[in-house]
Design a protein around this ligand. Structure first.
Ligand code: B1M
Length: 208
């Protein structure tokens, strides 16, 4: 428990160099990986609230994000399951104009654990790039689009609609903090998930 509190503090204060050792110590002390991850996600919420309140600014958000990403590197091998048989390839990316990637990276991890091969296009991905990636890769069965800003929700819509216009049979899943199930349905996505764990479950459901 004490170690988890330490992990939270290291995320909130952006101590990227120290966090990996402490995450490892928390695991060694028997803390479940999911609990450590949830604590780090909570901490990003704290960081967001401080940003909203004008107590911290973009650089502090950025170093907190780096710190969390470093911590997740230690959790990834523990949380990823057996992926020996593939359900097909999933293309994933954060939509145009949006640079947030922590949530997308967690979703990638869970979709990969669910049994998909993954092609990660990164952040700020133009709508057409998703279509091109489907055509450039083998056995693509799913496209996953993440959006974290209310201002990039139209880009999410454009991504889904561009993919569906070019590839009507392709399954598309969307998510991200401002996205709701209603919005996902309204823009023509096949699936929505509120968090990384349920994104893995939903992805499997969509291709079965
Ligand atoms: Co930004 N940012 N940020 N930021 N940032 C938010 C999102 C914000 C809520 C902060 C706030 O004001 N409280 C706010 C958005 C407000 C809004 O749109 N209503 C905001 C803002 C305003 C901005 C800027 C505009 C700030 C500025 O420049 N003035 C700017 C925009 C830059 C851009 O993208 N063009 C900006 C920049 C940044 C940084 C670059 C500094 C950094 C990102 C670094 C990085 O990602 N590598 C950053 C950060 C760190 C945050 C907060 C603090 C944390 C985000 C995060 O990683 N959360 C965030 C505040 C917050 O979230 N409370 C904030 C943890 C992560 C695990 O959660 O990403 O929600 P999340 O992912 C979840 C679910 O959403 C879901 O599963 C994930 C795991 O459970 N999910 C999916 C995500 N994608 C999914 C896809 C799926 C399914 C589920 O299917 C495909």
């Amino acid at each position: 428990m004490l170690k988890i509190q330490e992990v939270k503090t290291l995320v909130e204060t952006g101590k990227a160099k120290k966090i990996q050792a402490i995450v490892q110590e928390a695991l060694d002390a028997g803390c479940p990986a999911q609990e450590i991850l949830n604590a780090m996600i909570d901490s990003m919420g704290v960081v967001g609230d401080k940003f909203s309140a004008g107590e911290i600014f973009v650089p502090e958000m950025l170093i907190a994000a780096k710190s969390m990403a470093k911590g997740v590197e230690i959790l990834k091998p523990v949380m990823s399951g057996d992926t020996s048989s593939s359900l097909g390839t999933c293309i994933i990316g954060t939509v145009a104009g949006d640079l947030h990637d922590i949530g997308k990276n967690l979703v990638s991890m869970m979709i990969e654990s669910a049994g998909f091969d993954l092609v990660d296009l990164g952040v700020d991905v133009p709508a057409q790039r998703f279509v091109d990636a489907v055509n450039e890769n083998k056995n693509v069965v799913l496209v996953a689009c993440s959006g974290l800003l209310t201002t990039t929700m139209p880009a999410l819509k454009e991504a889904v609609q561009t993919i569906k216009a070019a590839l009507p049979e392709m399954k598309v899943i969307v998510g991200g903090a401002p996205v709701t199930p209603d919005y996902a349905a309204e823009i023509g996505a096949d699936g929505y998930a509120p968090d990384a764990g349920s994104a893995g479950v939903k992805a499997k459901e969509l291709v079965n």
